[in-house]
Unconditional design. Structure first.
Length: 845
DNA sequence: TTAGGGTTAG
């Protein structure tokens, strides 16, 4: 922009000056003494079209044009303003010397985003420029994200010998609110303090708040500026509240809102939008509801802007989507924001992805054009549904509307494929991205990590690290969750070591990921260490450690942590309650479980969801109260989903109750006739009660229906490698040694009293063969490998994709006694720590 | 001529 020469005259503008485009016929007989006043009246009452028509059909003073132009700017009718500029040129009136008119034109073009024309007009003014011209162009650049240009013009102005006023200062300070210009902003800051404009002008104060908040990212310094202001109005309060909410200080935003109201200032749509967004961020549904009633009292309940925040708050804070939908329906008008907010609300809540896509159709019918965020959310919905066909259609629509080169749309497509499990398509979409940013790379790292392809994940990680972008907290978090899902504690430790050097180690998000990684990798001690060292723990930190203790069978510790969390003033959410209830169920703490189940709504306003009911079914079922569990399921306020019935079926397996088991399996198969878990669990149930005819029948049915059960598999990490074993696996290079070790183990533990429990062999074969089958279970192969490839005192950590079998559980206890090695087994459900012949689960799992 | 807002891919 700076390359434009200041000698550019008005003649080179897109609108040629002084050359009338059309001759205007003026009726000389028309007596119009009050015409100017009429036009001005029309302009001031918002009838700008009429005003402009009148202007062209009669002769008018230049000042009249000027006033109508200002109306156009005030009402943001920029196209009309430009039309007026055209008419003015064609009127033949000379306005080269009219500084007020030219200044208005600079403002008009600046505000409409046409800085080229604005700068041309400014440059054409030469010596006639006054402080208003300078301020207008400085602010224009700043408003349009052209901070550098704004700063340069400001410097030119100083060189020119002009002394800046409050308008110039607030304009240039706004340009300095981006990190690349913040140093200059600090110089201006010193300047401003000396001039006294900080005390005398509220706009300058606001600009300074943003210099610190947005420029330096230092919201505390911004608050100091706010506190030092000798005078404040509703806008300054709102600005500070908004910055708090946007920069992750939502609690402070809510507090400041209360202070504002107490100080007698009236909250408007902007204030409510911000403080409600803060509540959404915090998940404070109760406070959000109170704010909602204030919104209604203020008469703002149909406002689109406030409505969007409210809608989002209900969607994010565990309120009902019905509330969101009602707010949406009551808005006085709908724009792209409100449609998108509703679509996003559906996507966020899970299970409403079809509704989101339906909303999109309605939006198109209402002739509202979607934006890039609408498309991002929609592609996310398609990813959730693993419906890449729909995703491709939506993406094509986005391309048609010109969003091909928009980062977030392309990235969403990559993510959509990754979530649909189509990694090759995801990779292709990534390769042909218009522009790859860190988020594009992070999507791939995360997808590879989730697909347990840690080599590719690390490969991309290294690519990012070696590029100019540099990795960020998200990259680390993805890798950590990848390490956690395979239980690769060695890889996790390596990442932790790299984190210590990276500067992200103290990041709350990363700390939480570390807690979860260590806990999922079986090292609950290290997980607690990370938790304990944290300075600011949030709900996710607490929930992670409670989940960790629960999964490791440390139910008492889980309960203690929950109590401490409440004492620390952190409000539990629905996920916390899943952790607390599952801790109870793992330890058979029935009374405690019921107590929590009842207080979650009474004391914390959290409505029990399907997963909470499943926990309670688990608690009842494991403790053997199978009939009560059935009654409980039938008393639920909504129909139980397959997860709940599967939980009951699992309990029937443990307690050998074929009758209820059959009922539960039937209920699952009603909803999903091909559910592999139902078939397998039922078959296992029959096998353990030796009803072999039924077993054969089910297996036959599965073959006919092409139902594939998940193959049992265990793995163990040594050094930097993960070794995977299937049942009867002989593919490992050290297979011979592993089987020899197993034979020796069998002898040793039998001496200690181990008796094979052949009930867990799910085939009808002779006893001796059964024992052989038993000793080829994948977790036994893994433990034998662990014994020969590592030494005391290192614990052996084994991971299994399914639940550990009863005989393997007994075996592990004896092996720990016979060898003196600690063994940790993570199955699909929880951890088992075997030490000296005992298991942390107390044989209750 | 100057200040504040809602949806946001990992």
């Amino acid at each position: 922009m700076m390359m434009m020469s200041t000698s550019t005259g008005i003649m080179s503008l897109p609108f040629p000056a002084k050359i009338p485009l059309k001759p205007i016929n003026i009726n000389p007989n028309l007596k119009t003494p009050n015409l100017n006043t009429n036009v001005i009246h029309l302009a001031n009452t918002g009838q700008i079209h009429k005003a402009i028509n009148l202007l062209t059909t009669h002769h008018h003073k230049l000042t009249t044009y000027s006033i109508v132009l200002k109306s156009c700017i005030r009402t943001r009718n920029f196209d009309l303003g430009k039309l007026l500029h055209n008419k003015l040129i064609s009127s033949g009136l000379v306005f080269d010397d009219d500084v007020i008119m030219l200044n208005s034109l600079i403002t008009l073009y600046s505000k409409s985003g046409d800085l080229v024309t604005a700068k041309c007009i400014f440059d054409s003014m030469g010596d006639r420029r006054d402080l208003v011209s300078w301020s207008a162009i400085i602010s224009g650049f700043a408003q349009n994200g052209m901070g550098r240009e704004s700063v340069c013009v400001f410097v030119d102005m100083i060189k020119f010998g002009e002394y800046p006023n409050q308008y110039c200062f607030s304009g240039v300070l706004r340009a300095c609110c981006s990190p690349e210009n913040v140093d200059f902003g600090l110089v201006v800051f010193g300047f401003v303090i000396k001039t006294g404009y900080f005390e005398s002008d509220l706009c300058v104060g606001c600009a300074l708040i943003d210099l610190f908040a947005k420029g330096l990212g230092d919201v505390k310094a911004a608050r100091v500026v706010f506190d030092e202001m000798p005078e404040r109005n509703a806008v300054t309060w709102t600005l500070m509240i908004t910055r708090y909410a946007q920069m992750g200080y939502s609690g402070d935003a809510v507090q400041l809102f209360l202070d504002m109201v107490e100080s007698g200032f009236v909250a408007d749509r902007f204030t409510f939008s911000s403080v409600i967004s803060g509540c959404a961020e915090l998940g404070w549904l109760d406070v959000g509801k109170q704010l909602h009633s204030l919104v209604v009292k203020s008469g703002l309940s149909t406002d689109v802007c406030v409505g969007c925040s409210l809608l989002d708050m209900y969607a994010k804070s565990g309120g009902s989507l019905n509330d969101s939908r009602n707010i949406f329906n009551r808005m006085s008008e709908h724009n792209v924001m409100s449609w998108t907010a509703m679509i996003t609300g559906y996507v966020l809540n899970g299970g409403f992805d079809r509704e989101a896509i339906e909303m999109y159709s309605n939006m198109i019918e209402s002739r509202v054009l979607p934006n890039e965020i609408t498309f991002s959310s929609l592609l996310k919905a398609c990813g959730n549904l693993a419906d890449s066909k729909a995703g491709e259609q939506i993406y094509n629509n986005a391309v048609k509307l010109g969003f091909l080169s928009v980062n977030c749309v392309g990235n969403s497509l990559v993510s959509m494929y990754a979530r649909s499990g189509q990694m090759e398509d995801a990779r292709k979409a990534f390769e042909i991205l218009f522009e790859k940013n860190l988020i594009s790379y992070n999507i791939l790292v995360d997808a590879y990590a989730k697909n347990l392809n840690s080599d590719e994940a690390f490969d991309i990680f290294n690519q990012i690290e070696n590029s100019e972008m540099g990795v960020d907290a998200f990259t680390y978090a993805s890798l950590l969750s990848g390490a956690a899902s395979v239980g690769a504690v060695g890889k996790g430790e390596q990442i932790h070591a790299r984190l210590l050097k990276s500067g992200f180690e103290s990041n709350q998000f990363i700390r939480n990921a570390l807690i979860s990684m260590y806990s999922k990798c079986g090292n609950i001690v290290a997980a607690f260490q990370v938790f304990n060292d944290m300075e600011d723990r949030n709900i996710i930190s607490w929930t992670s450690i409670i989940t960790g203790f629960a999964k490791h069978g440390l139910a008492q510790r889980a309960q203690e942590m929950f109590k401490q969390m409440l004492l620390a003033g952190v409000k539990p959410n629905d996920v916390t309650y899943v952790a607390v209830l599952s801790a109870c169920s793992h330890a058979g703490m029935i009374d405690e479980g019921w107590k929590h189940f009842h207080t979650m709504y009474k004391e914390h306003g959290i409505n029990p969801k399907m997963e909470h009911y499943a926990c309670m079914v688990d608690l009842l079922g494991r403790s053997g109260f199978l009939e009560r569990a059935v009654q409980f399921i039938e008393s639920m306020p909504f129909a139980a989903d397959p997860l709940v019935w599967r939980t009951l079926l699992g309990a029937c397996h443990v307690h050998g109750n074929t009758e209820i088991g059959k009922y539960a399996a039937g209920m699952i198969l009603k909803q999903d006739p091909n559910d592999p878990a139902a078939h397998v669990l039922l078959s296992n149930l029959y096998a353990s009660t030796s009803q072999w005819d039924h077993v054969t029948e089910i297996r036959k049915g599965m073959k006919e229906r092409n139902v594939v059960k998940e193959v049992g598999c265990s793995w163990i990490e040594t050094g930097n490698n993960v070794h995977k074993f299937y049942v009867g696996d002989t593919s490992h290079p050290q297979a011979r040694e592993i089987y020899e070790e197993l034979d020796q183990l069998a002898v040793k533990i039998k001496k200690l009293g181990y008796i094979p429990d052949t009930n867990f062999v799910l085939h009808n074969v002779v006893e001796e063969q059964k024992e052989q089958y038993l000793f080829q279970h994948s977790e036994k192969l893994a433990v034998a490998f662990g014994l020969i490839s590592s030494a005391k005192p290192k614990p052996i950590r084994i991971f299994k994709n399914l639940r550990v079998c009863g005989d393997c559980h007994t075996t592990m206890k004896y092996v720990s006694l016979a060898t003196g090695r600690d063994i940790v087994v993570r199955d699909s459900n929880r951890f088992h720590h075997f030490v000296n012949g005992l298991c942390s689960c107390n044989d209750y799992w």
